[in-house]
Design a protein around this ligand. Structure first.
Ligand code: FAD
Length: 383
């Protein structure tokens, strides 16, 4: 019997497995033939998130700014330090994380799909296409539609958003400035992105559920508006992102991490930063509980307390900002553009930490010329 079976060989699974495998017997079960494919990610990461991964992925570009385009056509140009935000090759990153986990002693079994979890008094089994795999602890790192999270019963995330993206041969306007669009035409309930790298642009968007149109409809509109030819698409991907967290991220002999736990930044949809924050906490809790031989739900509940202490506040603040954002009409967004289109706001937003976006909300609202004008819009969005 293994000490831990990790379901899912994406970044959450391999980072957690790599940390725990230093002193425990850990097996990772991944349904695909390799880690990292198919890609379901734009690959936009902060330097902090990349550094925390502890591997060096291929960097496709360093990003020095964002032009945010509002529904009425207003363009807000924010510029930031180009060493802090990068576009990485996600397949390469995931592959390197898997190699690191193996170097640390984890075993990764590819082509193994888990369909459920069976608990017994002495252990747990992952039920798979290759038979039952027994372990003392199950770690659910199986992404947005986690079978392990479902095994805890009635445990959906607050919300899913639906994303689509494509890499297209297209000469961008700027070499290192991305374009983000807000509003109902291109990305209702979220935003779209056009991120340059060399002679290519990574274009994509997410939409909230039940808008009456599909991500693909919006991608066609977006490519038309930005002069991108559909015939030059080199690769395409799609996926969904769980937002707002899951009610429970632990259970009897079970811990959840990453998308499976709903640990995603609600404002940007980024999952890599929260994974890197949660993984050492998960490994520490698993290590303690395995040594104490107490894998009860009660004992494992300390994982949730600990990761929430570290990133829970930022994730819940981010979700509150998101709820307000989704209540804004296109007209409200254009009003916001008129309020923030000033040099002092450009400099505040240029200092944004994309891993903690709520940190700029207060400096913005405290600005005497800005906060008071935001009030009616915010009131409408929260009521
Ligand atoms: C369109 C889009 C754009 C995004 N852009 C960004 C971005 O720019 N920056 C960022 O930080 N994040 C981004 N994200 C989010 C990010 O991709 C995820 O948060 C991250 O991949 C979560 O990692 P994970 O390991 O938890 O899950 P995943 O990466 O989904 O890995 C889960 C793994 O488990 C495997 N698996 C699933 N079910 C089973 C099963 N039953 N049995 C065995 N194996 C299984 C899957 O094959 C997969 O390999 C984006 C997401 C989408 C959809």
């Amino acid at each position: 019997m293994h000490d831990a079976a990790v379901v899912g060989g994406g970044p959450a699974g391999t980072i957690a497995a790599g940390l725990l495998a230093r002193d425990h017997d850990v097996v990772v079960l991944e349904e695909h033939a390799v880690s990292g494919l198919p890609v379901q990610c734009a690959g936009l990461l902060t330097k902090d998130a990349v550094d925390m991964c502890g591997v060096t992925p291929d960097i496709l570009n360093r990003i020095a700014g964002a032009d945010v385009i509002f529904p009425g056509g207003g363009r807000f140009e924010a510029r930031f330090d180009n060493t802090k935000v990068m576009l990485v090759d996600r397949a390469d990153l995931d592959g390197k994380l898997a190699e690191k986990a193996i170097d640390n002693g984890a075993e990764i079994r590819y082509g193994v799909k888990c369909s459920g979890i069976r608990l017994s008094e002495n252990g747990a089994s992952a039920v798979t296409n290759c038979g039952e795999i027994s372990s003392r602890l199950i770690i659910g790192a199986d992404g947005h539609s986690s079978v392990v999270a479902a095994s805890l019963g009635g445990n959906p995330p607050k919300e899913y958003i639906y994303g689509i993206g494509a890499d297209v041969r297209h000469r961008p306007e700027h070499d290192d400035v991305m374009v983000l669009r807000v509003g109902s035409e291109f990305a209702p309930g979220f935003f779209s992105w056009e991120i340059p790298y060399g002679d290519m642009v990574r274009v994509g968007l997410c939409i909230k559920g039940r808008t009456g149109s599909t991500p693909s409809d919006h991608l066609k509109k977006l490519m038309k508006a930005s002069g991108i030819n559909g015939g030059d698409v080199v690769s395409k991907y799609s996926g969904k992102i769980p937002l707002g967290g899951r009610p429970k991220t632990f259970g009897e002999r079970t811990l959840l991490i990453g998308d499976a736990a709903g640990q995603v930044k609600p404002v940007s949809g980024g999952g890599l930063y929260p994974i890197n924050k949660a993984a050492p906490i998960l490994a520490e809790t698993a290590r303690e509980s395995l040594c104490e031989n107490d894998l009860s739900s009660k004992n494992l509940s300390k994982y949730e307390k600990r990761w929430k202490k570290e990133i829970g506040k930022e994730l819940s603040r981010g979700y509150r900002i998101r709820k307000m954002y989704t209540n804004l009409s296109d007209k409200d967004l254009d009003k916001i553009f008129r309020i923030i289109d000033r040099d002092d706001m450009r400099s505040v937003l240029g200092r944004i930490d994309l891993d903690r976006p709520s940190s700029v909300a207060f400096p913005m609202l405290r600005n005497p010329g800005v906060g008071i004008r935001f009030l009616p819009i915010i009131m409408r969005a929260v009521i």
